[in-house]
Design a protein. Sequence first.
Length: 186
Amino acid sequence: MGETPQKTKKKIEDSMGGVLFVDEAHNLYEGDKGIDYGKEALKELMVAMENNRGLFSVIMAGYPNEMENLFKADPGLKDRLSFKIHISDYNNEELWEIFNLFMKKEGIKYEDDLKESVMIKINELKNYYSNNNLPFANARSIRERIVESVKREWSNRLDKEGHLSNDDFNIKNHPITKTDIKNIKF
């Protein structure tokens, strides 16, 4: 503790005449979990918002339930934020496109008829998050839970088939298959 107020003030000063964007703002409130740096930062932000009205804008982003907990912990915060905008999760087609972008970025090929299998996994993933009362993180959830998992399944399959030990191994000759997708577990 000790540096948080100064660092927060510096960020606020840098935002004067513009916008201060606080991503995952719900992390500013950790409840009763010991030393609370977020509480110190929030205190500085509240003072700055009150004393510098109209000189800068604050946008706070976070998961809906967790943001409500933040607002309950400090009711004055809700009064200082003029607008609340809910941005819906991406739909399954958009999440499929995100999957595609991750694959292209890494140069990973997949079978042409993989879309249906990925869409099933996207639904399973959303259900997993919902059933476990976890916040769905859109692109991050796709990357961490589907893309990284399918890369592990794909690598395990290629290793079992003996492809990874070949000197002439070329990733482009071994696309991800429906089986690789189906083997993903949440």
